[in-house]
Write a protein that binds this ligand. Structure first.
Ligand code: C5P
Length: 258
């Protein structure tokens, strides 16, 4: 026993809309149930840092998914700027190479709350080739984790350790259209595999009732997490390998999904 009160992995809802007003409407509808929000290329390009500030003002936690892929000095400056915005999660591309990833890890130390994740391979691409190698590169450079498909979580954790964060996009509840995503998984499959954060966009944003869709996914996450905890026999405080859930160990605030 670790004594850590663990919680289910958070649902992160992608605010993939091209205006601050549209994002504000979605945020307002979801905020009663959802704490974590993704600000990505669509919203950030349209509305800039104001989108991040808006989520923070509503009491939310931000995953800034801008997937930086640049030379080391630019990487360092961009990550430093994100750290100063107060976001909790940020993505950079593993393909930028070890020196650029080291620069990102260095800049991330400006903020106690920021965790930088390396993008291994987009979930819209077929095949899992190179995912574990990219994760090892991220770990060696000092990043906190990676993004990968749910089907790759176990392999990444085996290679990089249970504490190494894995965020999984490409989440689709059973029966929901995959769209352009290829390496998809249901929420319960992602939880069973050990995902630390589940990112969901269109299945919530495009639903007729986004709040109900978010709550349904959270119920599925919680039920799967409780089953997993029962299987481990340690009331959810530790994972199968005895290590605490990595987002708890990483000290990330607001890790609750509801
Ligand atoms: O709408 P959907 O649920 O497919 O949204 C998934 C979100 O996760 C999108 O915002 C996408 O940019 C993001 N993402 C991804 N694959 C990654 C990293 C982030 O799909 N490897």
């Amino acid at each position: 026993m670790t004594g850590i009160m663990a919680t289910p992995p958070p649902l992160v809802v992608a605010l993939d809309v091209p205006s601050l007003d549209g994002a504000a409407r979605l945020l307002d509808r979801l905020r009663p149930a959802v704490q974590w929000f993704k600000v990505g290329a669509v919203l950030f390009t349209a509305a800039g840092p104001e989108a991040v500030r808006m989520v923070h003002a509503a009491g939310g936690v931000v995953f800034l998914d801008l997937k930086f892929h640049d030379i080391p000095q630019t990487m360092e400056g961009a990550v430093a700027a994100a750290a100063d915005l107060g976001v909790a999660l940020l993505t950079v591309h593993c393909a930028a190479g070890p020196r650029a990833l080291e620069a990102a890890a260095r800049a991330a130390r400006r903020s106690a709350r920021l965790r930088v994740l390396g993008v291994t391979r987009l979930t819209s691409a077929p095949g899992r080739g190179g995912v574990v190698r990219a994760a090892r590169t991220a770990l060696a450079a000092g990043l906190h984790g990676v993004t990968a498909a749910a089907g790759e979580v176990r392999a990444v954790k085996r290679a990089c350790g249970a504490q190494f964060l894995v965020l999984t996009p490409g989440i689709r509840p059973a029966g929901v259209d995959a769209g352009d995503q290829v390496r998809v998984a249901t929420p319960q499959a992602a939880v069973r595999a050990g995902s630390d954060f589940l990112v969901v966009g269109r299945p919530i944003a495009a639903a007729s009732d986004p709040l109900a869709a978010a709550r349904a996914i959270q119920h599925e996450i919680t039920a799967a997490w409780e089953r997993r905890a029962r299987r481990t026999g340690v009331d959810g405080a530790t994972r199968e390998d005895g290590a605490p859930p990595s987002y708890v160990a990483a000290g990330i605030e607001g890790a609750s999904s509801g």
